[in-house]
Design a protein around this ligand. Structure first.
Ligand SMILES: Cc1cc2nc3c(=O)[nH]c(=O)nc-3n(C[C@H](O)[C@H](O)[C@H](O)COP(=O)(O)O)c2cc1C
Length: 138
């Protein structure tokens, strides 16, 4: 089964409290560990940008579950491709909240300073997540 990378953007649903993020991460880490999925999730208070890497089947299955999750909406697939190496092998789901540093990184890849993942090229989204990865604790 091929190693695959999927990147998508979504918007947090109204009336979702910040504490829901902890539940999302618990669930993501639990499932991803079982399914050998790794990746990162960037969140800027309004939008999510997430990368999942793993077997083609498991990545697809996870994305189908994500599509049903009413804690976010307007999921847009930015990239789905076979890869030869994982970029985030050490994270079952590394969480990167918005910060001063993330804003500086995001501006490098975006036409506007306000983060909007729907306006990112897929390669920019990937490069941006690679740089954001450096902000994760060891
Ligand atoms: C922004 C966001 C990111 C998520 N990331 C993952 C993920 O990486 N892996 C995963 O299995 N579920 C993820 N989830 C949760 C799934 O949508 C789904 O709720 C969960 O897998 C269902 O399993 P549970 O009933 O055991 O919580 C995410 C949800 C949201 C809203």
């Amino acid at each position: 089964m091929y190693l695959t990378r999927l990147i998508y953007a979504s918007t947090i649903s109204d009336n979702i409290s910040p504490s829901a993020i902890a539940d999302i991460l618990d669930s993501a880490n639990k499932h991803n560990k079982l399914n050998d999925i790794t990746g990162v999730l960037f969140f800027d208070q309004k939008y999510f940008l997430q990368c999942l890497e793993g077997s083609r089947f498991q990545v697809n299955e996870t994305y189908n579950r994500l599509l049903q999750d009413n804690r976010h909406s307007d999921l847009v697939l930015l990239e789905f491709k076979d890869i030869s190496v994982r970029a985030f092998p050490d994270w079952t789901m590394g969480f990167i909240p918005e910060s001063v540093l993330s804003k500086a990184i995001h501006l490098k890849f975006s036409p506007r300073k306000n983060f909007n993942p729907y306006n990112l090229r897929s390669d920019s989204a990937y490069q941006m997540l690679l740089e954001l990865k450096e902000l994760l604790p060891e």
